[in-house]
Design a protein around this ligand. Structure first.
Ligand SMILES: NC(=O)c1ccc[n+]([C@@H]2O[C@H](COP(=O)([O-])OP(=O)(O)OC[C@H]3O[C@@H](n4cnc5c(N)ncnc54)[C@H](O)[C@@H]3O)[C@@H](O)[C@H]2O)c1
Length: 311
């Protein structure tokens, strides 16, 4: 049995990761400042003696005793990370410094939730981990993209300089139950609009592509990364290479919800990437990982979740 620290554990991905770790019999300390997380996401564990929650902001140092760390704290959707851009970049940068300092003291492995946003608007397709990216350093998304890039730098510097078993996972678009209703991510947006019978908002002409990974597949990739030996650092892409246009996604959601919603187009936001698709060769080879959940099945589970909220 291992005691895990999961920062950002009350968020969408973190809460599913905690479900998995507790199911496997481990203990979990969830650290979260609740900026985008919710107690409801972890309410089902509150009476579990192996689960503990601590309200704390990772931009401040943390003194706890654990065996391994997943660093997920950071708002993930443009709507939420652009509300307070300075706090967003502080969360990635100071958060990484504090969490790596903790891992150094505890001599424990630490996995960083990085993002496909480090590739920016990619000039290489699909994106493999050797691609350095094409990020606008001063645009409205930079607080997130550049924050995550600096966090990656810190992870590799702590590994080289302090011998910390630091690992980086680059997460591509992930969806599933417990996504926030109002954070503007494409899957939750479309489902909520379809269930409410509102027009479905497509930014741009809808031909831009995304790859959508179901949350249980991502959690499995995170756990497998943690289980690798200290020689494995990543970065490793975790995402679903099945590419779909935003327009195609909207059509599927309308079909699965049996909605009468119409499609409405709006201008593409600044720096919104046109293409995103992971090359997952490293994940296949080093983690023996590939996604298992079909988009249709994942969408049905996500739609059921939003229906259960009364949408
Ligand atoms: N969901 C995706 O598609 C996706 C894609 C790429 C990367 N990621 C990364 O995965 C991680 C989890 O994403 P998510 O989708 O669950 O987002 P989320 O917003 O649902 O969860 C983030 C959690 O971090 C907490 N948090 C934010 N700032 C904090 C701080 N300063 N101190 C402590 N806690 C803080 C929030 O309250 C929330 O519970 C993030 O680091 C995100 O960048 C997610």
């Amino acid at each position: 049995m291992t005691t895990y620290l999961v920062t950002g554990g009350a968020g969408f991905v973190g809460s599913h990761l905690i479900d998995r770790l507790l199911e496997e019999g481990h203990s979990v300390l969830c650290v979260d400042n609740m900026v985008t997380g919710s107690r409801t996401n972890i309410a089902h564990h509150l009476s579990n003696p192996k689960f503990e929650i601590m309200r704390h902001d990772v931009t401040f140092p943390l003194y706890v005793e654990v065996d391994a760390i997943f660093n997920l704290a950071c708002p993930a959707s443009p709507v939420s990370y652009q509300k307070d851009p300075v706090q967003t970049i502080k969360t990635s940068v100071l958060g990484a410094i504090n969490i790596l300092g903790l891992a150094k003291r505890l001599k424990c492995p630490v996995v960083q939730a990085s993002t496909s946003e480090v590739y920016g608007s990619p000039e290489r397709h699909p994106q493999d981990e050797s691609y350095w990216g094409n990020v606008n350093p001063i645009g409205p998304r930079a607080c997130y993209d550049e924050g995550k890039r600096v966090a990656e730098t810190l992870f590799f510097d702590y590994r080289r300089q302090h011998n910390v078993d630091a690992k980086v996972v680059r997460i591509f678009n992930t969806y599933g139950p417990r996504m926030a209703v109002d954070d503007g991510r494409v899957v939750s947006n479309f489902i909520v609009q379809a269930l409410k019978g509102e027009d479905i908002t497509i930014y741009g002409d809808g031909t831009q592509t995304r790859s959508f990974c179901y949350v249980s597949d991502l959690v499995d990739g995170l756990v497998r990364t943690m289980e690798t030996g200290r020689d494995f650092s990543g970065p490793v892409n975790i995402g679903n290479p099945a590419e779909l246009s935003v327009h195609g996604l909207a059509k599927q959601v309308i079909e699965l919800t049996r909605s009468h919603s119409l499609l409405k187009t709006m201008p593409l936001p600044v720096d919104d990437p046109i293409k995103r698709k992971p090359d997952i060769s490293i994940a296949r080879e080093h983690l023996n990982w590939s996604p298992e959940v079909e988009l249709k099945d994942g969408l049905i589970a996500t739609i059921d979740y939003f229906r259960s909220l009364g949408m």
